[in-house]
Design a protein around this ligand. Structure first.
Ligand code: UDP
Length: 251
């Protein structure tokens, strides 16, 4: 079989040309990076877990009518997704203060925010993904006004869905990051949720104990990352060996 064409290699994923036009194969690596890749490691099994977890979240979103790039999982580490033009923004939604907002505004980690706060960062590793305002986004043409309305609405719907799914298994969704892509259907264009949704891009805290079950375990050296992600997958019934208590959502 001919070797398939690599389109892009990022910190945690590799993208290959897909089998049909307009598709891409997304391969999940075991590499973990933090602080703009200053801290790096290879975490056995992380890619397999994120492939499964992203499939689970994206499938659920598709089912409730929030469009995503996800088509189907291909194997342990790969999924078929729709090719789209990624809008160069990291869209962050926060329910509780943690990480950069706590540092920036001096709010204690874990403080519930008065309402979900949506922030935008410009996707540029060399600049360290700086926080930007809608003024910058409009002035530099990264997204139009209609796009921004659609992005906000998608972000809040993803937040409601993810918060509910997590709450049902005793996990608090503190914050998360999504990326948005543009697709063309004939003469129409629309925005869809792209990239991945996994514990690499969310903050997830056990509601009872406050235990961190996300990439902060790696960032802050709090223990074994695979154990944390496996716990999320186990509670959601995503791991094959825990099918017994599988929630109806993924049936
Ligand atoms: N996040 C991400 N990729 C990034 C930056 C942030 O997935 O490049 C996620 C991060 O995991 C967290 C949320 O976005 O769930 C908010 O991150 P924050 O701005 O607090 O940044 P950090 O403290 O991670 O630098």
């Amino acid at each position: 079989m001919a070797r398939r064409k690599k389109i892009y290699e990022g910190k945690a994923k590799i993208l290959y040309e897909g089998p049909e036009p307009g598709t891409i194969v997304q391969y999940f690596k075991d590499d973990a990076t933090a602080f703009n890749a200053e801290k790096k490691d290879v975490i056995d099994g992380k890619g397999v877990l994120n492939n499964r977890l992203s499939e689970f979240f994206m499938t659920g979103l598709n089912q409730i009518g929030v469009p995503t790039h996800f088509i189907r999982r291909l194997n342990m580490r790969e999924q078929l997704v729709r090719n789209c033009e990624i809008i160069p923004l990291e869209v962050i939604v926060r329910n509780y203060a943690a990480g950069s907002i706590s540092k920036r505004l001096g709010i204690a980690e874990g403080t519930q925010l008065p309402r979900p706060i949506v922030e935008y960062c410009y996707k540029d590793d060399a600049l360290g993904d700086p926080l930007v305002t809608e003024e910058h986004i409009a002035a530099f043409g990264w997204a139009g006004q209609q796009d921004m309305d659609d992005i906000l609405s998608l972000a809040l719907r993803v937040n409601d869905f993810m918060s509910g799914v997590m709450l049902a298994v005793g996990i608090r969704l503190v914050d998360f990051k999504i990326e948005i892509g543009r697709v063309y259907d004939g003469d129409f264009q629309r925005l869809i949720v792209a990239d991945e949704i996994s514990p690499d891009s969310c903050r997830l805290w056990d509601i009872e104990t406050g235990q961190k079950l996300d990439k902060d375990v790696f960032r802050r050296d709090l223990g074994n990352l695979t154990d944390a992600y496996s716990e999320v997958a186990r509670r959601l019934g995503v791991l094959p060996q825990s099918n017994v208590n599988k929630p109806t959502l993924i049936n």
